[in-house]
Write a protein that binds this ligand. Structure first.
Ligand SMILES: Nc1ncnc2c1ncn2[C@@H]1O[C@H](COP(=O)(O)OP(=O)(O)OP(=O)(O)O)[C@@H](O)[C@H]1O
Ligand SMILES: [Mg+2]
Length: 340
């Protein structure tokens, strides 16, 4: 089997912490490889070591038959990356970002224009192409980073949670595009916590837990080895030993919920009292006629807060009248700010 990516005893430590603990990855060419693991398992660190964003502590790597330690530029020319923290230039526009990436990769101007146009359209970013990246939303940045990774038409794509924060429309388009990319001979190495997406897209799986690779192989073999009819979620939870994890009792949360529902009920009853007070018009209030808006004179009567007859309620802090004046104050707050 021809491999797009292979590691031997890849290890990365941060001081005493072993983030990646001697893993042997085998990613076949033309596969859609899902790299799963709980938070902090070592997925992003692995991707950073494989793409040259971090230096591995030890171990060997081959990417598309190239040793990145010998020819790092050769690897970068053939590989696209969407890293965890995106690393975009804030002061470039979306269009400038793609133009910059295309020129670094030596694309001819006509090819660059065509690819940038297609990608911006695919990601629904054409309208925002002239806006600064600094003004992009989280999802827009993610889509732009993915467009930049795809622009040079790489043979291997590393995608660290590419669907996180991306809307359903773009997500569907991206899934379709990535499937086509793999059908065309490309390889995708993907991390995602969205197991439905992994289940739908990936044909190979690797599971990392506390820095160690606990399972790897074709999705079908993994399924066959773990019992019939299990969902990927069930398989994953079993592999990382979390299938029997149960919630602590957290009585404090239950009592908080109970007290908050009690206080909701008390607020509702106080609103009911307040509205019954409001519904009784003060003696000076005359109902507007149906034919003339605002009253018989045609002039709109200024709204007055009804006076409350109960002395107890007018002085009490829980007075429904006070709550109606509070909502009047809230209404006032909502008025547009005056421009000086
Ligand atoms: N630059 C760093 N310095 C120190 N420790 C780090 C550094 N980067 C990652 N770590 C630690 O390495 C471990 C693995 O982190 P990593 O980001 O690879 O996890 P992950 O599997 O990508 O998690 P997530 O699903 O939350 O993204 C964690 O314990 C993390 O705190
Ligand atoms: Mg991560």
């Amino acid at each position: 089997m021809e491999l797009a990516l292979e590691t031997r005893a890849l290890r990365k430590t941060f001081g005493d912490l072993v983030a990646v603990d001697g893993i042997d990855l085998a990613v076949p060419r033309g596969s859609f490889y899902g790299f799963l693991g709980p938070n902090g398992a070592g997925k992003s660190t692995t991707i950073k070591c494989l793409t040259g964003l971090l230096e591995a502590t030890s171990g060997a790597t081959r990417i598309l038959d190239i040793d990145p330690a010998v020819d790092p530029i050769g690897v970068k020319q053939r590989v696209g990356v969407v890293p965890e923290d995106l690393a975009l230039f804030e002061r470039l526009t979306g269009a400038e970002t793609l133009s910059f990436v295309g020129r670094v990769h030596g694309l001819a101007p006509a090819a660059l224009r065509e690819r940038a146009r297609d990608l911006l359209e695919l990601m629904s970013l054409a309208q925002a192409a002239g806006d600064l990246v600094a003004d992009y939303s989280h999802g827009m940045r993610k889509k732009l980073a993915l467009a930049a990774a795809l622009l040079p038409a790489p043979r291997l794509l590393f995608l660290d949670e590419p669907f996180e924060g991306v809307d359903a429309v773009a997500s569907r388009q991206i899934k379709e595009l990535l499937s086509r990319f793999v059908q065309g001979g490309g390889t995708v190495f993907l991390t995602s916590h969205i197991l439905e997406i992994v289940e739908r897209l990936c044909d190979h799986l690797g599971v990392i837990h506390r820095g160690k690779l606990v399972a790897q192989g074709p999705m079908a073999d993994l399924r066959a080895g773990t019992g019939v009819g299990k969902t990927l979620e069930a398989i994953f939870l079993e592999l990382v030993g979390a299938e029997k994890a149960s919630l602590p009792a957290m009585e404090w949360l239950r009592s908080a919920a109970t007290s908050s529902s009690a206080s909701r009920a008390s607020r509702a009853s106080s609103r009911r009292r307040s509205s019954s007070c409001l519904s009784a018009p003060p003696p000076s209030f005359s109902a507007p006629s149906a034919s003339t808006p605002g009253g018989t004179s045609g002039r709109r009567e200024p709204r007055r807060a009804p006076s409350c007859s109960s002395p107890a309620s007018s002085s009490s802090s829980s007075s429904p009248c006070r709550s109606s004046s509070r909502s009047a104050a809230r209404r006032k707050d909502r008025r547009p700010a005056r421009r000086d």
